[in-house]
Design a binder for this molecule. Structure first.
Ligand code: SAM
Ligand code: SF4
Ligand code: SF4
Length: 353
C-alpha cells in the first residue's frame, strides 16, 4: 500500500485493504480497428482470429442493469472502453442510458480516435462527459508501426479536433512509451498538445496480457519521461485531483497546462486502486492483471435477481486483495510477461486498460 487513504469518502463496499469500489470500466467490444503491437499484435490477431460471437456479448440492456447495480454499490464514475469502443454499433445510445443512471457523476470514453471525427457530436449529445484519446506518437512511420495499421496520426488528430469542436475540453491524450520505439518522439508529442491545451498522459509500457512479449528493459520509467520533457519545458509537480487518481501530475512552469505520467511499473499505485472492470462478455474483474473474473452474464441470463447479483459482486469485492503491480515490483524473479499470481492473465483488449 502506498498512498494516504484518509482522503477517501465513506464507501458502500470496501475490499480487504479498505479500498472502495468507485470506478467501473466497461469494455463494450473485444474488436478493434487497430493492431497495436503492445496490445493486439497483428501476427496473433489476424484475419482468422475468433473474436467473441455476438450472443456472448452483453447487450445494452444487460450493461445498463449491471451498471445500475455497481452504482448502487458505490461506483460513481464509468469509463467506456474496449477493444475499440467506437466500433460497437449504436454506442451513443448506450451512453445515453448510462448517463441517465442516478449517481453517475462522470462518464468517460477511451478511444484510439480513428472514428471520433464522425462520432464526436453524437457522443457529446448522448451525455458523454470526457474523452481520452490514445495516440503514441506524431511521427507518421512510428505511428503506423505501433498501431499495426497503415494509418499515421492524422485521423486521430482529426478526431481530437472534432471532439474539441463538439465541446469536449480538456481532452486527455494517452501515450504508451516504449524504449527504442517512440521514446525519442515524446517531447514533440508534449509540445504539440501543450500548444493546444490538451493533457498528455505518458504511460509506462505494462506487462498486461500474455501476448505482447513485454520485457522490463522496454519500459521507460516515469522519472526518465519527466526528465526528458522537463529538459525542454520545465515542469513542477501538482497535487492529485482526487483519491485514486492514477496519473501523477506535473504542470508546465510557464503556466501553459499540464501533463501526467502513469507509472504503473516503476511506482505502482495499487494502494488506492478503486477500479472494477466488466469484460465484453460480462465478467467482473477486480484487477488489470487478474485471470478469469466472475461470470455475471451467467447470473443475468440465468434469471438472477438484483439482490443475487449484488451479493455476488459484494462478496468478490470484499475478498479482493489484488496488488499485482506492487507484487511484481518485489518479485523481480517473475518470468517476464508470464503468468500473474492468479495464473494466466486476462488480455488488455478484453478489459480495456
Ligand atoms: N482502443 C482504445 C484505445 O486504444 O484507447 C481503448 C482500449 S485500449 C486497451 C486502452 C488503453 O490501454 C490505451 O490507451 C492503450 O494505449 C493502453 N494499453 C494497451 N496495452 C498497453 C500496455 N501493454 N501497456 C500500457 N498501456 C497499454
Ligand atoms: Fe486497439 Fe486500443 Fe488495443 Fe490499440 S490499444 S489494439 S487501439 S484496443
Ligand atoms: Fe489496481 Fe491491479 Fe493495477 Fe494494482 S495492479 S493498480 S490492483 S489494477
Amino acid at each position: 500500500m502506498t498512498r494516504d487513504q484518509s482522503r477517501t469518502t465513506p464507501a458502500t463496499i470496501t475490499d480487504k485493504f479498505g479500498r472502495p469500489m468507485r470506478d467501473l470500466r466497461i469494455s463494450v467490444t473485444d474488436r478493434c480497428n487497430f493492431r497495436c503491437t503492445y496490445c493486439m499484435p497483428a501476427e496473433i490477431f489476424g484475419e482468422r482470429y475468433e473474436f467473441l460471437p455476438r450472443p456472448e456479448i452483453l447487450s445494452f440492456e444487460e450493461i445498463e442493469r449491471l451498471a445500475r447495480i455497481f452504482v448502487g454499490l458505490g461506483v460513481n464514475k464509468l469509463r467506456i472502453t474496449g477493444g475499440e469502443p467506437l466500433v460497437r454499433a449504436q454506442l451513443p445510445a448506450l451512453i445515453e442510458r448510462l448517463s441517465a443512471i442516478e449517481g453517475v457523476e462522470d462518464i468517460a470514453l477511451t478511444t484510439n480516435g480513428f472514428l471520433l471525427a464522425k462520432m464526436a457530436a453524437d457522443l457529446k449529445a448522448s451525455g458523454l462527459r470526457r474523452v481520452t484519446v490514445s495516440l503514441d506518437t506524431l511521427d507518421e512511420e512510428i505511428a503506423k508501426e505501433m498501431s499495426g495499421r497503415p494509418y499515421g496520426p492524422e485521423p486521430t488528430l482529426e478526431g481530437i479536433e472534432a471532439a474539441v469542436a463538439a465541446g469536449f475540453s480538456p481532452i486527455k491524450i494517452d501515450t504508451v512509451v516504449q524504449r527504442g520505439v517512440n521514446d525519442h518522439t515524446l517531447v514533440e508529442t508534449a509540445r504539440y498538445f501543450k500548444e493546444r491545451g490538451h493533457i498528455v498522459r505518458f504511460i509506462e509500457y505494462m506487462d498486461v496480457g500474455n501476448r505482447n512479449g513485454w520485457k522490463l528493459d522496454q519500459v521507460v520509467t516515469a522519472k526518465e519521461i519527466i526528465e526528458k520533457i522537463s529538459a525542454e519545458f520545465p515542469l513542477e509537480p501538482v497535487e492529485p485531483n482526487y483519491y485514486g487518481e492514477v496519473a501523477t501530475r506535473y504542470r508546465y512552469a510557464d503556466g501553459s497546462g499540464e501533463i501526467g505520467v502513469i507509472a504503473s511499473v516503476s511506482m505502482p499505485f495499487c494502494g488506492d486502486c478503486t477500479r472494477a472492470r466488466l469484460t465484453t462478455d460480462g465478467r467482473f474483474v477486480t484487477c488489470l492483471f487478474a485471470s478469469g473474473g466472475k461470470d455475471l452474464k451467467a447470473l443475468l441470463r440465468g434469471g438472477a435477481s438484483d439482490e443475487e447479483i449484488i451479493a455476488a459482486v459484494t462478496g468478490i469485492w470484499a475478498a479482493r486483495d489484488d496488488r499485482y503491480s506492487e507484487l511484481r515490483e518485489s518479485n523481480t524473479d517473475w518470468p517476464e510477461n508470464g503468468d500473474g499470481p492468479a495464473g494466466r492473465k486476462i488480455e488488455m483488449y478484453q478489459i480495456g486498460g
